[in-house]
Design a protein around this ligand. Sequence first.
Ligand SMILES: Cc1cc2c(cc1C)N(C[C@H](O)[C@H](O)[C@H](O)COP(=O)(O)O)c1[nH]c(=O)[nH]c(=O)c1N2
Length: 246
Amino acid sequence: MQPNTESRALAAASPFSSDERNAVYRAIHTRRDVRNEFLPDPIDPDILARLLEAAHAAPSVGYMQPWNFILVEDEANRRAVHNLFSKANIEAADRLVGQQRLDYLALKLEGILKAPINIVVTCDRKRGGDFVLGRTHNPEMDLYSTVCAVQNFWLAARAEGIGVGWVSIYDDEALKAHFGLPDGVEIIAYLCVGKVDQLYQRPELQVKGWRDKIPLEKLIFRERWPEQSHVLGFYREIACKNPARG
Ligand SMILES: Cc1cc2c(cc1C)N(C[C@H](O)[C@H](O)[C@H](O)COP(=O)(O)O)c1[nH]c(=O)[nH]c(=O)c1N2
């Protein structure tokens, strides 16, 4: 907190070179959720360490760093999680009827057994103690911080040729009990992680006709939420110039 230390701690914030920028945008736009494309090969421990360091570099409310990462490789352990997924997946399907139910059931929505490693990303809601800067009025900010860690992991994984699939189809209490989580620790993400040599060029759910991409210009408002929904041409030109947009 000393002013001198603070100025010495600063470094130049020059823009990246165009190659570096392109690499960042390439990771962002070609990152995919992976379900079925995992190769069985183990992940190089150095790569896994880099991915976890990337996750641990995420922003967090009041610098709380509320995350933990449970590495799950044991097949029996993954099979138990897969059973929880299967139960929840049928429950989800049973909320749909007719063709929509069949379309849902035709989707592959996890790679729990195919991926060589699964990672449970948790949020320890008590980590910061009684006062966490930035969280007083919005206590859920620790959960959002942990999501930032997941996204860092996912993008870094894309750059390393590692696929990541986020699975959220499970009974939360059952999964918490399975991993023995103490009170106050929540599961934020269950990730399937492994090498890939192919990825969908566009989101698989889009390719398979489950849901379309929403044009960016429909999502940008000016100054306030509009009373009537309307489309601004604000970013259309920029969006068209970016060939990475799917
Ligand atoms: C919080 C959360 C939870 C889930 C997901 C994502 C996120 C952010 N996604 C992946 C999701 O379907 C995917 O991100 C979108 O379809 C967009 O595709 P790409 O990620 O661009 O490939 C996901 N996918 C899946 O097959 N099973 C799942 O249970 C989930 N759960």
